[in-house]
Ligand binder design. Structure first.
Ligand code: ATP
Length: 337
């Protein structure tokens, strides 16, 4: 891995004549907001020898955000509150803690000016829901610690580090709309016009991503299908560029959808209800069990959200928009002199 540090450390003050006054206020905490993702296309190739699958996916970040705050502390801690917090590990196995450890391995333990790191996570992205909440928290922690420790790493350095932590972490750093290849960790920004309005329908309980991939492999094997290498759907890219939800809706595709439905048959009812209620497109998000419905505009999304709630086909709904930016710092607290 090649990681290049910039010479200019963020937070180093220069006065108006350009003289370095050498005044650096210690940052005492950094808060980062990070979005959930949808996959507008998820093409899954055959299982590889290492058990993973090559993917081609079109990522799309939407306005459902978790918030992660990192602060120097005497010892390491992880505190998780909010949606599904009880299902998230509050120890070193948390993806946020693993991201901090990975960054520290690269920059060296001397970069942190305290023996420990306190990580606070406020979850709004449901857990194990196919919305990459854990990866989002890892990305937010990379951005937060990068600022806190003034490492000077560039966005592309963080993206390189991210791909070793989890498949969706690099995209959570980038946000917007992007093409993902490899296991999804190689991301290239994609052009999109305007804003698309979505309704997310949350299910009770989560789905394990590896269980869904295993079900997908079983279904394919039972049908004796030869699985082609995954390929990008250029029509989806054109629809994204056009900003026209009516063009995008019918093109949404997810190779894991059938597998997710095989494990959670009630998702079929939720998808059918959304279509009957006028959604332009309906799909399971990633490995599920969240369903995503594309609306014509904000007003339509709000009506669709209300109607889906009334139909009793899901645990809860959220009206969201995309694309939105990836992990970004929302607050920096500095020690007052
Ligand atoms: P994937 O990104 O694998 O598709 P997902 O989006 O469906 O997963 P996540 O919310 O990322 O689901 O959770 C996947 C698993 O990761 C859960 O079992 C959860 O316990 C674990 N996990 C570890 N750290 C976190 C975290 N900070 N937030 C959410 N889940 C976490």
């Amino acid at each position: 891995m090649t990681l290049v540090c910039s010479a200019q450390q963020p937070g180093h003050d220069h006065d108006k004549d350009g003289y370095d006054r050498g005044i650096v206020s210690p940052v005492t905490s950094v808060t980062v907001r990070v979005p959930a993702k949808l996959n507008l296309q998820l093409a899954v190739g055959p299982a590889r020898d290492d058990g993973y699958h090559d993917l081609v996916t079109v990522f799309h970040a939407v306005s459902l955000f978790d918030e992660v705050t990192v602060a120097p502390a005497d010892r390491d801690s992880v505190v998780v509150t909010g949606e599904g917090a009880g299902d998230v590990p509050a120890d070193a196995s948390n993806l946020a803690a693993r991201a901090a450890a990975a960054l520290l391995r690269v920059v060296g333990p001397g970069a942190a000016d305290a023996p420990g790191l306190a990580i606070r996570i406020i979850k709004r992205i449901p857990v194990a829901a196919g919305l990459a909440g854990g990866s989002a928290n890892a990305a937010a922690t990379l951005v937060g610690c990068n600022e806190l420790w003034r490492t000077g790493l560039r966005p592309q350095d963080l993206r390189e580090l991210a791909s070793g932590i989890g498949s969706d972490v690099a995209f959570a750093l980038l946000g917007g709309s992007a093409i993902g290849t490899g296991r999804g960790e190689r991301v290239t920004p994609a052009l999109a016009s305007g804003t698309f309005h979505w309704v997310l329908a949350f299910a009770t309980g989560g789905l394990s991503t590896s269980d869904v991939y295993a079900a997908c492999d079983r279904i394919r094997a039972s049908r004796g299908l030869t699985v082609p290498e995954p390929a990008l759907d250029n029509a989806i890219m054109a629809a994204l560029r056009s900003g026209d939800p009516a063009a995008l809706g019918p093109l949404l595709s997810n190779d894991l959808q059938q597998a997710a439905i095989s494990l959670r048959p009630e998702l079929r009812r939720a998808l059918a209800a959304g279509r009957e209620l006028g959604a332009l497109g309906a799909m399971v998000s990633g490995s599920g069990p969240t369903c995503a419905f594309l609306a014509r505009n904000l007003g339509h999304a709000q009506k669709l959200a209300a109607a889906l709630t009334g139909a009793g086909v899901c645990r809860g709904v959220a009206s969201v928009a995309g694309p939105v930016p990836g992990a970004c710092v929302t607050a920096d607290a500095t020690e007052q002199a």
